[in-house]
Design a protein around this ligand. Sequence first.
Ligand code: FES
Length: 129
Amino acid sequence: MTADPPRYFERHVFVCTNVREPGHKRGCCAEKGSVALRDYMKAKCKELGLGGRTVRVNNAGCLDRCELGPNLVIYPEGVWYTYKSEADLDEIIRVHLIEGGRVARLMLQPQDVLPRDRENRLAGAAAAS
Ligand code: FES
């Protein structure tokens, strides 16, 4: 088998900016502010020297986890985050993209399908600690 070539970008951040008609039962990331927040993240990464081939912030269509959005996923790790604000994105940039850590409070797990799944999981983790 032929080996994979080296990665072109160190990391790829796919930010869902999908738009659905108002009132759609699944909602969409765009109605929760993802377009402006994507712009913020893209600019912030450049400002911090994470441009070029270090980090690429791209628009993504629907990532199929709409109810949990707005969502983004970072590759090659395949780590998903939900976020609400520029402060959340600042934390993801600093902790994940710069320091190589994880922002546990914003991460999505595979079993998170609806917001209540995530809330229950986080409540369970808090109760266990
Ligand atoms: S609209 Fe963003 S995940 Fe579906």
